[in-house]
Write a protein that binds this ligand. Structure first.
Ligand SMILES: [Zn+2]
Length: 252
């Protein structure tokens, strides 16, 4: 269970330091760099200086970037000071603003790619009035991989999987993996549910497609009891000043 005295979002290590000892944390990021005008979900952008500071602090505390393969294997949960650095959607701004700090502090990270929108945009968000952002194209994804980082699947079209028919969900889950594997000639073992939208039926389709891990947006650490296709994460963002977190701070 999430500890009610913890902040809702990861901003710096201090409030999480002790709690992190109870399992393997995976941080969830989306976009790095300056926010364009008219952005609705401001919290999905992280200033690259803050990102740099977060990595420097983790590095100084002895953390290194978790290889998700290890959460599917028998070694887990003896993974002290491992932390997952994950990015959803595959934005160009992560390549532009993330590569240098990741290299400088020696962290490897995973980006979850919308396999049917490589070189495209966040149309699923833009349809709801969100500011458009570019997604990495093939060459940019190659550069990300060549820098030593990983990719996983985030479906073909950023689908809400629980709302699809089983056949359509199976296609989103399975064909996205095949597409990434064919394009880049590497095995793709990791999946991430768009919108954190999953249920047992969807999870079973992810298992059937042969993935070893899948990330949700459920808050928490990963322990030996956490099923590998139901991994928990902690959203990283700038310090929240929302009423909800203020209340939680006061009541916690
Ligand atoms: Zn997403």
């Amino acid at each position: 269970m999430p500890n009610p005295s913890l902040p809702l979002y990861y901003d710096s290590l201090a409030p999480f330091r002790e709690w992190f000892g109870g399992g393997v944390p995976i941080l969830m990021y989306h976009k790095l760099g300056p926010r364009p005008r008219g952005v609705r979900l401001k919290g999905l952008y992280l200033d690259s200086r803050l990102f740099d500071r977060q990595l420097a602090e983790l590095r100084a505390a002895g953390y290194s970037g978790l290889d998700l393969e290890r959460l599917g294997g028998p070694e887990h949960p003896a993974l002290p000071r491992q932390i997952g650095i994950s990015f959803d959607d595959g934005y160009v701004n992560v390549l532009e603003h993330g590569l240098r700090p990741l290299a400088e502090h020696g962290f490897r990270a995973i980006q979850y790619i919308v396999a049917g929108a490589i070189g495209g945009g966040n149309d699923w968000d833009a349809a709801l009035g969100e500011a458009p952002e570019r997604l990495m194209d093939r060459a940019q994804l190659r550069a990300w991989l060549n820098a030593g980082h990983w990719i996983g699947s985030h479906t073909l079209s950023h689908a809400r999987l629980t709302r699809l028919t089983p056949a359509a969900a199976r296609e989103e889950i399975g064909a996205s993996r095949k597409k990434l594997e064919d394009l880049f000639g590497i095995p793709v073992h990791h999946f991430c549910y768009p919108y954190g939208d999953w249920n047992a039926r969807v999870r079973d389709l992810v298992a059937e497609a042969g993935y070893r891990t899948a990330c949700t947006t459920d808050f928490g650490l990963n322990t030996a009891q956490t099923p590998p296709l139901e991994l928990r994460r902690i959203q990283a963002r700038y310090r929240s000043r929302s009423l909800k977190s203020l209340l939680r701070r006061l009541l916690g």
